[in-house]
Write a protein that binds this ligand. Structure first.
Ligand SMILES: C=C(O[C@@H]1C=C(C(=O)O)C=C[C@H]1O)C(=O)O
Length: 175
């Protein structure tokens, strides 16, 4: 289908407009919000924000799923790497603010081992959602569509999480 045959801006927010970006966006936001409990757990455990071994495992798992499902592995690699960068941006921002204002820091946190399976489940769904949306990644209007999705997702978020959403969606468009 050509993009010019699509109805222009007649769909409500969150409703499928044929781009399938809304499903990607919802998963991206859910994944990014898990950066908060991850940061809390790392603040209390003293573990570093970045875990390169875990990052590689996350990417490898997503790429393997992508190949099984016939989803573009390069697109999946780009999008998943953007999710990891975005998570670290949010974690760094939170930990920096807790360092400067220790009274605001968390005193309890979930175990990282309980959060990672939630990230894995989101990543499984994300690979499928990327597959459904892969034509949009190559659409000349991709950047414009991503901005619209980002604005929808950002409503109600603070500036740190808005920056996270921007980073998280930055790997999606091909060109
Ligand atoms: C979320 C975490 O923090 C970072 C971000 C990761 C991710 O987004 O999947 C993976 C490893 C870490 O570099 C984590 O440690 O699980």
């Amino acid at each position: 289908a050509t993009t010019t045959s699509e109805p222009a801006a007649t769909t409500a927010p969150g409703q499928d407009d044929g781009t399938h970006l809304d499903a990607v966006g919802a998963l991206v936001l859910r994944r990014l919000l898990l950066a908060d409990p991850v940061a809390q757990s790392k603040w209390l455990s003293g573990k570093p924000i970045a875990d390169p071994v875990r990052e590689q495992a996350v990417v490898d798992e997503a790429v393997s799923l992508a190949r099984q499902e016939g989803v573009d592995p390069d697109l999946v690699t780009r999008v998943v790497r953007s999710q990891i960068s975005a998570s670290k941006v949010v974690q760094r921002g939170l930990i920096t603010s807790w360092t400067h204002d220790p009274a605001s820091a968390p005193t309890t946190a979930p175990d990282l081992a309980t959060i990672r399976p939630q990230l894995d489940a989101i990543d499984t769904d994300l690979v499928a959602a990327i597959g459904a949306a892969q034509a949009t990644a190559h659409d000349p209007r991709c950047a414009h569509l991503v901005v619209a999705e980002r604005k929808r997702l950002s409503a109600g978020l603070d500036s740190l999480h808005r920056k996270g959403v921007r980073d998280a969606l930055s790997g999606f468009c091909t060109a």
